[in-house]
Design a protein around this ligand. Structure first.
Ligand code: SF4
Ligand code: SF4
Length: 110
C-alpha cells in the first residue's frame, strides 16, 4: 500500500461494515479460518464484522491514526470495492469522526 494512501491512517470502513462474501471466496483467497465467520451455508464474512460495532479481526492498529490489514493481499472483493473518497468511505469516516476525503476520479491528478 503506498505511503500517501489515506487508508493507512484511517481504517474506518474496516470497523463500520459487514464484510461478507461467497463462502468459496475465503478458500480461494486462502484466508485463515480464524478470520472467517460462516453466516449461512453460502455466505461468510470477515470475523468481527458481523457485530453491532464491527471491527474486522484482520485490522491492526488504531482507527484514524495508523492501521494495517494483516491479510491485505488476500482481502476479499468487498474490501476492494470501497475506494478512498467514495460514498461508503466517507460515510464510514464520518461515523468515526474523521473528515471526508475529496471524491477521487479517474482523471484526478491529485
Ligand atoms: S474509510 Fe476510506 S480512507 Fe478509510 S480505510 Fe476505508 S477506503 Fe480508506
Ligand atoms: S480484510 Fe483487511 S481491508 Fe478488509 S475489512 Fe478486514 S482489515 Fe479491512
Amino acid at each position: 500500500m503506498p505511503e500517501d494512501n489515506p487508508c493507512v491512517s484511517c481504517g474506518a470502513c474496516c470497523v463500520t461494515y459487514r464484510v461478507s462474501f461467497y463462502w468459496a471466496e475465503a478458500e480461494a483467497l486462502g484466508l485463515p479460518e480464524h478470520l472467517v465467520e460462516q453466516l449461512n451455508p453460502f455466505y461468510a464474512c470477515m470475523a468481527g464484522t458481523n457485530a453491532a460495532k464491527p471491527r474486522c479481526q484482520a485490522l491492526d492498529g488504531e482507527i484514524g491514526s495508523s492501521v494495517g490489514c494483516s491479510v491485505y493481499a488476500q482481502r476479499p472483493a468487498a474490501c476492494h470495492e470501497v475506494q478512498a473518497g467514495d460514498e461508503k468511505c466517507n460515510r464510514a469516516r464520518q461515523r468515526h469522526g474523521l473528515p471526508p476525503l475529496p471524491t477521487l476520479t479517474a482523471n484526478s491528478e491529485a
